[in-house]
Design a binder for this molecule. Structure first.
Ligand SMILES: Nc1ncnc2c1ncn2[C@@H]1O[C@H](COP(=O)(O)OP(=O)(O)OP(=O)(O)O)[C@@H](O)[C@H]1O
Length: 602
């Protein structure tokens, strides 16, 4: 992919057609932020001008207003929402007289859905606090050493970034955690956090913060000004929707919605608590992966970056693996320096494809001379998912972030909020399900004016998903797959036949599929990964919910072709009695239908 022209800064972009550019024409100081902070944003972080959402929302947060704003612009992914809440909080904390101290405890709490986002937000916060060293940042999250976190909480953390599970753990078990001065709770990726996967945890957290905070305040500050500490709750996301709006209204005091086109909602708020709405969905390993999101009853129109090129490729199940590897090889050969993220639906699928890409070597002229052999996809690859060891996750996240050219294979643990620099292409090998998750996945590219491409794999039986996306204002064009497949030669012969042949019978597809199956059958560890990936993929496919179930239907799948998409010659038995029982039931059902048809009078 061509490197985009250097990103224009500030006013040039702000003056874009109709003034709807990325950046506002005002300055950060116009937004009421402290001069030191404005200078730091400009000189140390390279932020010449505020983005549109920052210019609109920062004054609201700085004012501490509790009026429910009737309307705020929708903030697409990559438009600077992190600064929207961190900059005002830092600004308001640095004016405290006397200066805030560690012994005052936590003033601001930022809740995020994943460990990687926790580390990222904490990194931005540390940069912001360079000129306000007395304000102490910190983070707590799954996988970290609890004892060290306890020690840091005991000393005092002024602005705390946390994942819900670990926060709740400390609220319950770290009595020295002082949040009696808590003034802000921020829900970054609010719809993800407030939805069903974390519902119970968030409800318990709010109970702790709400009740204990009030008791503490009443006891300790009875006759002081701080007895009236007013709490501001901020909710941000590129995909807030009315249902989240209701949930937030009920569960939070005076929430301020940022990134939401909040039309006056006449509907009476729902009388359900976060916990009551908990569905079968569950958080995996403290992080959400593939959790079915709230299916909003009405279709939300999502804002996507205008420069994002969105395409889909229609591939039959049995040819998926060949097409994925061929596209990756083609793209990295054409442009060696670029970053690509590939999303899968399960941790096992990530592990299998990661291992295959690192092990599968071949020589271009197909002669198996060892010295000629090279990786089929010649780039550095990383993998990231919630079942990995904590240190491995941290390493993969930081290394992929800093690499100039690399490939990341991941689950939805990396779908939200992560700001990987220079990602040029997002490939969704497995569909995301809810359109909101589609928006967040593709939002890892085309950030803040950068160019970006998104490619969605769909099987012919899944093509209705395009209509579901269209209902949310998302439309994709078809990817020119034929040219790419034709560009590969078998034994030096390219397919020149102008007559279009089906993908499944293309010489290159047949050749590479056979080569992959042979290779995988000889690698026992890889074959095991393929088997596990096959089983978890089928399980994940059944997890689609709501109206998406009619698009992603397991019974429409040919399990033998699914096995081929994992390079398996034979279909593994679906692991676990439940699956064997299920598949026997399905077969019995099919036999009954057939026998019924035979019996029926003609
Ligand atoms: N005013 C600014 N000027 C220039 N760059 C900025 C500005 N504000 C933020 N950025 C950069 O824009 C990128 C996106 O910011 P951020 O991650 O906060 O976006 P976001 O809206 O939270 O995205 P998502 O919805 O994916 O979470 C980051 O690299 C950040 O450093």
């Amino acid at each position: 992919m061509k490197e985009p022209k250097e990103k224009k800064k500030g006013a040039e972009v702000a003056a874009g057609a109709g003034g709807e550019g990325l950046f506002a024409s005002c300055s950060f100081s116009d937004l009421g932020l402290h001069p030191f902070l404005c200078q730091h944003l400009r000189d140390k972080m390279g932020f010449e001008f505020p983005t549109q959402i920052q210019a609109q929302a920062i004054p609201v947060v700085v004012s501490g207003r509790h009026v429910y704003p009737s309307r705020l612009v929708n903030a697409a992914t990559g438009t600077g929402k992190t600064i929207v809440y961190l900059a005002p909080i830092v600004h308001l904390l640095q004016v405290y007289e006397p200066r805030v101290q560690r012994s005052d405890g936590t003033f601001a709490l930022v809740l995020v859905p994943t460990r990687e986002l926790c580390m990222q937000v904490h990194g931005v916060l540390q940069k912001l606090l360079h000129c306000f060293h007395w304000i102490v940042p910190g983070y707590i999250m799954g996988g970290e050493n609890r004892a060290k976190e306890k020690a840091r909480l005991r000393k005092g953390i002024s602005i705390l970034v946390a994942t819900p599970g670990r926060l709740l753990d400390h609220l319950k078990n770290t009595s020295s955690f002082n949040y009696s001065n808590l003034r802000w709770i921020v829900f970054d990726e609010a719809d993800r956090i407030l939805e069903l996967g974390f519902g119970k945890a968030v409800e318990e957290i709010l109970d702790f913060l709400g009740s204990r905070q009030a008791d503490h305040v009443r006891k300790q500050h009875m006759n002081t000004k701080s007895a009236k500490i007013s709490r501001q709750n901020l909710l941000l996301s590129a995909t807030l929707n009315d249902k989240v709006n209701h949930l937030a209204n009920i569960s939070l005091e005076n929430p301020i919605m940022i990134g939401m086109d909040c039309k006056k909602d006449s509907a009476v708020p729902l009388k359900l608590s976060l916990g009551d709405a908990v569905s079968s969905a569950s958080a995996v390993g403290g992080d959400l992966e593939g959790v079915g999101a709230l299916s909003s009853q009405r279709t939300e129109n999502y804002n996507l970056p205008s420069q994002l090129v969105q395409r889909y490729v229609k591939v039959s199940c049995g040819s998926r693996l060949v097409v994925l590897l061929s596209i990756l090889r083609f793209v990295f050969e054409r442009e060696t320096s670029q970053k690509i993220v590939v999303f899968f639906s399960t941790c096992d699928a990530v592990d299998f494809h990661y291992s295959l890409l690192n092990k599968f070597k071949w020589s271009p002229n197909l002669q198996p001379e060892a010295n000629q052999e090279q990786k089929f996809v010649s780039c550095r690859s990383f993998h990231l998912h919630g079942n990995m060891e904590h240190e491995d996750r941290r390493k993969a996240f930081h290394e992929f972030t800093s690499e100039k050219s690399a490939l990341l294979l991941c689950t939805d643990v990396a779908a939200r909020g992560l700001d990987f620099p220079k990602v040029r292409c997002i490939i969704q090998y497995d569909s995301p399900g809810e359109a909101s998750e589609y928006v967040h996945r593709v939002g890892r590219t085309a950030r803040l004016g950068e160019k970006g491409e998104a490619l969605l794999f769909l099987q012919p039986v899944e093509i209705d998903y395009l209509h579901d996306l269209q209902h949310h204002g998302v439309s994709l064009k078809e990817y020119p797959l034929q040219n790419i497949i034709d560009s590969f030669s078998v034994h030096g012969q390219k397919h020149h036949n102008k007559k279009l042949i089906s993908l499944e019978t293309h010489p290159w597809v047949l050749f590479l599929q056979k080569t992959l199956e042979t290779f995988i059958s000889t690698e026992s560890k890889l074959k095991k990964l393929a088997n596990d990936a096959f089983c978890s993929w089928v399980r994940a496919y059944t997890a689609h919910r709501g109206e998406l179930k009619r698009i992603f239907m397991v019974k429409k799948l040919h399990l033998g072709h699914v096995a081929r998409s994992f390079g398996l010659k034979d279909q593994p038995s679906l692991v676990g009695r439940s699956h064997q029982i299920e598949s026997k039931k399905r077969k019995r059902g099919q036999k009954k239908v057939i026998s019924f048809k035979r019996r029926k009078p003609s």
